[in-house]
Design a protein around this ligand. Structure first.
Ligand SMILES: Nc1ncnc2c1ncn2[C@@H]1O[C@H](COP(=O)(O)OP(=O)(O)OP(=O)(O)O)[C@@H](O)[C@H]1O
Length: 244
């Protein structure tokens, strides 16, 4: 990585998706015998470049569909960029889409162990964190229930509790906190503040200007897959509002 103080480096990143569209009835009749689908290329991210300093808290802002979740997934190594380079240091814990990383047919307990092992913890290490994870998530009565029966709030509680207990250097949070109730959101915000004091790095997607202002010391604003602003949070929120 170019700078010793960076934990993430994103350079020239682009992501293309192939969109399949059904042809209209008229097109199907005219093209009888050929495929019933169009394929279009769609660039969800284009030419993205920035570094994230160790210990900083960066908000990713942008309208719906601007590419925030795709960028977090690329940074988390969950999807590959079509072009460009992503470099990361240290342990990464990602709270992305609801239920991502959980196996629906496994119980909460089994998912804690599964996630622990995916994040590089030994069984013994997960044993040590287990009670504290369940206490934080407050899912004691449901820990031996298959997670497919969890409410969305319960999913997020357990996912957040796991993510913050695996000792991550970099925490990626995509909006999911919005589904927790107000008391749990406050608890998560307190935990995030504790993380910041410990010098950990956070990349945070939120549509709440208030949350971004409280949590982040820098904002990157995306529009149609491109960075249109990179600077302080106040400027980021103004740029976001101007981009609609
Ligand atoms: N797997 C995929 N296949 C095709 N297109 C996709 C895929 N994932 C995302 N996209 C498209 O890429 C664009 C960016 O999506 P993304 O989820 O990154 O946006 P976002 O900024 O996180 O939006 P939101 O605020 O609504 O969560 C959207 O147009 C979306 O439809």
């Amino acid at each position: 990585m170019s700078t010793a103080s960076s934990i993430v480096r994103v350079d020239g990143v682009a992501k293309r998706f192939v969109i399949r569209k059904e042809k209209s009835l008229k097109e199907r009749l005219v093209n009888f015998g050929r495929s019933n689908q169009h394929k279009d290329d769609f660039w969800a991210l284009d030419d993205i470049a920035f570094d994230v300093a160790i210990g900083s808290s960066v908000g990713l802002l942008g309208a719906n569909g601007s590419g925030k979740s795709t960028l977090l997934k690329v940074i988390g190594g969950i999807i590959e960029p079509t072009r460009g380079i992503v470099e990361r240091r240290g342990r990464v814990a990602a709270l992305l889409e609801l239920g991502a990383g959980f196996h629906p047919d496994l119980t909460g307990r089994e998912n804690v162990y599964l996630n622990g092992s995916i994040l590089g913890l030994s069984r013994k290490q997960t044993d040590r964190y287990f009670d504290s994870i369940v206490d934080f998530a407050e899912v004691h009565d449901f820990i031996d229930t298959q997670v497919k029966f969890y409410s969305s709030g319960m999913y997020v509680r357990l996912a957040f509790a796991i993510a913050v207990h695996v000792d991550p250097d970099l925490l990626l949070v995509d909006e999911v906190l919005a589904v927790g109730d107000e008391r749990f959101q406050r608890k998560c915000m307190d935990k995030i503040a504790e993380f910041q004091q410990e010098g950990r790095t956070i990349l945070f997607v939120s549509h709440s200007a208030d949350q971004v202002t409280r949590v982040c010391d820098r904002a990157i604003v995306l529009s149609h897959g491109r960075v249109i602003f990179d600077g302080d949070t106040e400027g980021g929120i103004a740029a976001l509002r101007g981009s609609f």
